[in-house]
Design a protein around this ligand. Structure first.
Ligand SMILES: C[S@@+](CC[C@H](N)C(=O)[O-])C[C@H]1O[C@@H](n2cnc3c(N)ncnc32)[C@H](O)[C@@H]1O
Length: 296
């Protein structure tokens, strides 16, 4: 089996309307992408809850998939008639049937976090059998280790968990940070997420890695104060959660925050300075890690 794939140049302002019209005309899928993706001019768009954000790329393309023998020119023409948009420039290619599972898996290689810590998908052999290997597959919950915000937290854990620390991972996603803390030798560890699917994924991933912690929804967050609170969420929730997160950290304990854009670092650091002696921010690909020590 094979398909026809059209890459259609569009004006960003009408891309969604045109993609919808293509679907109405009978194409199998239509995805809008940044026309400049993979170039220096690629334009990342970060959605932040509660913050106005430009949701459009400067230039867009539509990747549309059609059945092998579909009359694609007719369908594109139908979409132009339905929308009143002039016939756009497009290129065509044939997409052959593939082993999609294998293809997807091939895009996820083991990730080296540090000298001794690796994140490895379950279908890969660990590159270094003597390292601390966290086995994790991409799933519905955020956190595979490939994103800079996660990596910044993992690097902090690797450098700072000495053994026995109590840890709260607030916004645990896949559970990657909590599980890494456990594998690095932390004592009691809890992970909390507002998404029940993330809580389930964390429990499964912990079992896969032979470690156990508490994973729960926010209303079941353990009350005990801990040595380390990690929160890789986003700037807006972090603004709102400061007092609650601070209440879970022992005097002299640490807060580790991520999910903050570089330009938001100063403001977030000032907020958390209310409860913590804040350190200089650490940046990775436009994202920030903030850490601080809880005052009495
Ligand atoms: C960026 S992911 C981080 C996942 C993982 N900790 C990591 O570092 O890769 C953020 C997670 O925080 C959760 N989250 C967002 N707002 C939250 C809130 N107010 N309380 C608890 N969890 C929240 C989301 O559901 C998501 O799983």
């Amino acid at each position: 089996m094979a398909w026809q794939q059209a890459t259609i140049d569009t004006d960003s302002a009408v891309a969604e309307q045109f993609a919808d019209a293509l679907m109405d005309a009978g194409c199998l899928s239509a995805a809008i992408e940044d026309a400049l993706a993979g170039t220096e001019a690629e334009q990342p768009i970060f959605g932040e809850p509660g913050e106005p954000v430009e949701q459009m790329w400067k230039s867009s393309k539509i990747i549309a998939l059609f059945e092998e023998h579909a009359d694609l020119a007719l369908m594109i023409a139908a979409a132009t008639t339905a929308t009143g948009i002039a016939l756009p420039h497009y290129t065509l290619e044939r997409v052959e049937e593939q082993d999609w599972v294998r293809l997807t898996q091939s895009q996820f290689d083991p990730i080296r976090i540090s000298e001794r810590l690796w994140i490895t998908p379950t279908w890969h052999d660990a590159p270094d059998a003597n390292a601390i290997n966290l086995q994790l597959d991409p799933g519905l919950a955020f956190g595979t280790g490939s994103h800079p915000t996660t990596r910044l937290c993992l690097q902090w854990l690797d450098a700072n968990i000495k053994g026995g620390e109590t840890v709260l991972d607030y916004g645990c996603g896949s559970g990657i940070l909590a599980i890494a803390a456990l594998k690095l030798g932390a004592g009691d560890v809890a992970g909390v997420d507002i998404d029940a699917q993330a809580v389930r994924a964390s429990l499964d991933n912990a079992a896969q890695n032979g470690v156990s912690g508490i994973f729960c929804l926010p209303d079941a967050t353990p009350e005990a104060k801990v040595d380390v609170v990690l929160a890789n969420i986003l700037a807006n929730p972090l603004r709102l959660l400061g007092e609650m997160l601070a209440s879970h950290v022992k005097t002299g304990g640490k807060i580790v925050l991520s999910g903050i854009l570089q330009e938001q670092a100063e403001e977030l650091s000032a907020i958390y300075n209310t409860w913590f002696e804040m350190e200089a921010p650490v940046f990775d690909e436009g994202w920030t890690r903030l850490t601080g020590t809880r005052r009495a």
